[in-house]
Design a protein around this ligand. Structure first.
Ligand code: A3P
Length: 345
């Protein structure tokens, strides 16, 4: 009897043990199956598309050394292929305005690890000869970059050249457009100063600003003078608005970029959907230069060339007032269209 009971117990224990081992084996097999399923639906593909904040900025900052070497012509084709470097069409263009601070804006944005600048003005869209060379020629003028970076170029002539908006639209109708403006009379004087310096370099004489800017027959502002026409921002912008909605433009205050650049740059970062990475560390005031200069890191900093920040000639105050009155209604329209108001007279 006792023997029978013991045999029954052993049988029960055997069944229970088998069930337990079976369950463990099933679980191991199931987990294994799950593991094998992963390649069919990789975890990566189920993650949301990376937001701009997720751009691996530290890595990009580190890799910029390589981009610098490439610019100097020191990189091999193998390195370019290995690092997956590309020449991308610009995702944003600084279209103007001449003497608004276009160089300073481009160089300062280039402080951002996710931004790569085309160093030279390309003049692709405003120069018929260049435009005829085609889009691949334009792409070939772009710097090498990592695919996560954005490329920016600046050619201030774009803003005032009739054919440009349509040409840019044909390339990329959703491109971001940056316009940096200064108080229009100051900008006109700056424009004149640049031309004057060019003449003086060639030992040529040139008219005084007052003579160019005022029509001697009518004593009114000479609207045929290019420096005056360029400062009528609203006229040019209205041509652009036939192709692009106003949301695709960002207006930068060029006067504030001189005195306090960081807040202006932060607004541009936001417009470009970039995480805020340019900091006060990157910008330091150089008293000798009288301008902010750029600090990339502990060893590399630079100021803009001496051709940026020239001393302007004295202008007859009555002419200044006349110009300011002339620009006033155009400025009002510009504020209205862009939604950005300035304290211009
Ligand atoms: P001025 O020479 O009249 O002072 P652009 O690059 O479009 O030609 O604009 C030139 C203007 O950029 C200069 O005009 C200068 O005032 C302005 N600017 C803005 N920030 C500057 C900076 N950090 N260093 C030098 N010039 C700067």
């Amino acid at each position: 009897m006792l023997f029978k009971q013991q045999a029954l117990l052993r049988q029960k224990l055997f069944v229970l043990g088998s069930l337990a081992i079976g369950s463990v084996l099933y679980l191991v097999a199931r987990v294994g199956t799950l593991d094998r399923l992963q390649p069919i639906c990789p975890v990566d593909s189920r993650l949301p598309t990376p937001e701009p904040e997720q751009i691996p900025l530290r890595t990009l900052q580190f890799k910029r050394g390589l981009l610098h070497e490439i610019r100097k012509g020191n990189a091999t084709k193998e390195q370019i292929r290995l690092h997956n470097l590309v020449q991308q069409l610009p995702q944003a263009i600084i279209i103007g305005v001449r003497k608004g601070g276009t160089r300073a804006l481009l160089e300062m944005l280039n402080l951002h690890p996710a931004v790569v600048k085309a160093s030279q003005e390309i003049h692709f869209f405003d120069n018929d000869q260049n435009y005829a060379r085609g889009i691949d020629w334009y792409r070939g003028k772009m710097p090498f970059s990592f695919p996560q970076q954005i490329t920016i170029e600046k050619s201030p002539a774009y803003f005032i050249t009739e054919e440009v908006p349509e040409r840019i639209f044909k390339m990329n109708s959703s491109i971001k457009l940056l316009i940096i403006v200064r108080e229009p009379t100051t900008r006109a004087v700056s424009d004149y100063t640049q031309v004057l310096e060019g003449k003086e370099r060639k030992n040529k004489t040139y008219h005084k600003f007052e003579k160019l800017v005022i029509d001697t027959n009518t004593c009114e502002v000479n609207t045929k003078y290019k420096a005056v026409r360029t400062s009528i921002y609203t006229k040019h912008l209205e041509r652009w608005l036939k192709y692009f909605p106003v949301e695709q433009f960002h207006i930068v205050d060029g006067d504030r970029l001189i005195t306090d650049p960081l807040p202006e740059l932060q607004l541009v970062e936001r417009f470009l959907n970039l995480p805020s990475r340019i900091s006060q560390y990157n910008l330091y005031f150089n008293a000798t230069r009288g301008f902010y200069c750029l600090r990339f890191n502990i060893v590399f900093n630079k100021c803009l060339a001496g051709s940026k920040g020239r001393t302007h000639p004295e202008v007859d105050p009555s002419v200044v007032t006349k110009l300011q009155k002339f620009f006033h209604p155009f400025n009002q329209k510009f504020y209205q269209i862009t939604g950005r108001t300035f304290n211009w007279p």
